[in-house]
Write a protein that binds this ligand. Sequence first.
Ligand SMILES: NC(=O)c1ccc[n+]([C@@H]2O[C@H](COP(=O)([O-])OP(=O)(O)OC[C@H]3O[C@@H](n4cnc5c(N)ncnc54)[C@H](OP(=O)(O)O)[C@@H]3O)[C@@H](O)[C@H]2O)c1
Length: 157
Amino acid sequence: MFSIIAAVGKNNEIGKNNKLLFHIKDDMEFFREKTIGHKVVMGYNTWNSLPSKLKDRKNMVVSELDFDGPDYIIHDIDKFIQENEKTEEEVFIIGGGMIYKLFLPYAKTIYLTEIDASDSEATTFFPDFDKTKYYKTILHEGSENDLGYTIVKYEKS
Ligand SMILES: NC(=O)c1ccc[n+]([C@@H]2O[C@H](COP(=O)([O-])OP(=O)(O)OC[C@H]3O[C@@H](n4cnc5c(N)ncnc54)[C@H](OP(=O)(O)O)[C@@H]3O)[C@@H](O)[C@H]2O)c1
């Protein structure tokens, strides 16, 4: 099964010039806790934005290219979805914009850190989705360096 995990601003912004927009320690820790030991799926741009491979996780990159570094490169996304959508194993979709959009219809759960800030120069956005189709649970509310945020779990009903 697929779970999406992302941190979004007030306008669903997630990135700018292939970098993250917001840096919240609690959010990073939540991301680490959730994804550790699991397969993590990311697009080629997100892979390039990382300083290094994500430790203790199977790094899977969606790309048409072949290159060294990731544990696995996904060329055929339809086949990958077919093979993993109905499994018990939780596969995390970790971005970016293009990859969230591709996997959104197949994700059972969406973990969103909703940050109370915006960036008018953002270049990448989380796709719109119909929140009424999901059961919403607030997992944690906090604030760091004057930046308020809420970690929310959306489960498809
Ligand atoms: N806030 C957050 O939670 C969060 C999380 C992750 C990333 N981000 C941000 O998001 C931004 C990157 O997102 P992005 O939308 O530009 O890129 P992306 O989704 O990371 O990667 C896009 C790339 O994936 C490959 N791809 C996409 N669809 C494919 C398909 N059907 N088959 C094969 N390959 C496919 C293509 O690479 P090839 O050209 O190699 O085929 C494409 O250029 C960055 O700013 C990053 O910091 C934010």
